[in-house]
Design a protein around this ligand. Structure first.
Ligand code: APR
Length: 167
């Protein structure tokens, strides 16, 4: 089931939340900063132990002080106009995050709108990719957490366009 919620991803009770991380896994602003702040300093230590992560890939850590058991750190592409494999890399983030969640035995996962903040990926295209890459997943509950209220509308429109039901 695909679900849409507004607000802060760190407050969600799901098995895994996805972070929009940077390649150094060093923490940052935006959703990355919020997740590190809510999880506590052990999260940064766990990220350091993992080293870096290529754009399009993802790595998993515990959730520490979060309600979520796991954090999946996905590194989205920086939007550079669309001719630098940005779409392929964003698709790959969603696929890798789902793979890691399933390997970890998660039944539920929440995604932020990866790459659409500091990395400037166009929001309508990012929403369409998020729906398309998750719609056939076997994971029982997939939540899109839209911090920006405008994204709620975009996700609904993208889902309607391809005939997907968003709860
Ligand atoms: N919960 C859910 N979504 C959030 C939250 C939150 N608490 N805070 C911000 N967002 C949303 C933003 O509104 C945006 O739609 O997350 C989306 C992604 O924005 P960014 O966090 O800027 O992520 P991204 O564009 O992928 O850029 C990644 O930013 O913070 C750094 O370390 C990070 O360098 C990396 C870069």
């Amino acid at each position: 089931m695909l679900m849409l919620v507004g607000g802060d991803i760190t407050k969600l009770e799901v098995d895994a939340i996805v972070n929009a991380a940077n390649a150094a896994l060093s923490g940052g602003g935006g959703v990355d900063g919020a997740i590190h702040a809510a999880a506590g300093p052990e999260l940064l230590a766990a990220c350091r132990a993992l080293g870096s992560c290529e754009p399009g890939d993802a790595k998993i850590t515990p959730g520490f002080a979060l309600l979520a058991k796991h954090v999946i750190h996905a590194v989205g592409p920086v939007w550079r106009g669309g001719d630098y494999e940005e779409e392929r890399l964003l698709r790959s983030c969603y696929r890798r995050a789902l793979e890691l969640a399933i390997e970890a035995g998660a039944q539920s996962i929440a995604f932020p709108c990866i790459s659409t903040g500091a990395y400037r990926f166009p929001r309508p295209l990012a929403a369409a990719i998020a729906i398309d890459e998750t719609r056939h997943s076997t994971l029982p509950r997939i939540v899109f957490c839209c911090f920006d209220p405008g994204d709620i509308r975009l996700y609904r429109r993208s889902a309607d366009t391809v005939g997907v039901q968003l709860h």
